[in-house]
Design a binder for this molecule. Sequence first.
Ligand SMILES: C[S@@+](CC[C@H](N)C(=O)[O-])C[C@H]1O[C@@H](n2cnc3c(N)ncnc32)[C@H](O)[C@@H]1O
Length: 231
Amino acid sequence: MQEKRKANDDEKVVAEIMQRCFVPTLITTTCWEGFHFVGHEIRITEAMDCYGAVVWPSALVLCYFLETNVKQYNMVDKNVIEIGAGTGLVSIVASLLGAHVTATDLPELLGNLQYNLSRNTKMKCKHLPQVKELSWGVALDKNFPRSSNSFDYILAADVVYAHPFLEELLLTFEHLCRETTVILWVMKFRLEKENRFVDRFQELFDLEEISSFPSLNIKLFKATKKNRRNA
Ligand SMILES: C[S@@+](CC[C@H](N)C(=O)[O-])C[C@H]1O[C@@H](n2cnc3c(N)ncnc32)[C@H](O)[C@@H]1O
């Protein structure tokens, strides 16, 4: 009975999340996808050439969560970093919710990321989001010195999949996370090997599953540094 109720909830919420997407009614020269979040129409330019060039379902789950949990996770004036931001939808939604956002990804993604962020946040946000290169595990001390990092939130959607940088990803979470930082991370479960990342992650962070969407094989986690002193 409880299982059936859970499945119905999953279907209902996933349908609600998916309704936030729309496609252009006219054929245009650039390929874009539309989304409705925080009372705004958001247009995202996509490409088909790499993982970061399309919006993944995990990003929709995180945007929906941020929009529908503003009381508990208030973004206004918060210092937020997104890792593996891709096309930038999550960073745009966090910006529309009032956060100071730094959207990061690999160098080759930054042009399109900047374009999407500018197009969807100019004149609409309290703080304009910044775009910065962050290749996981690379030059972290130089580009994000621990002494000046003070992120309230680290956001991450679908950053764990079959890529060879899982240890570097873990190192990056560890480097950016202060004692008071909250990580909101949406994970799509695919292969057993990469799913084991969750166990590695739990060696460093206290992990709480906030929601689960079995029909998408997606879970949303909240994490904080283990053994925090002053949270
Ligand atoms: C599956 S996509 C998810 C994109 C976006 N978060 C979303 O959910 O739509 C994974 C993202 O991680 C980024 N990425 C992969 N390897 C990376 C690395 N070594 N350093 C930094 N970013 C990386 C990709 O460029 C891509 O934007």
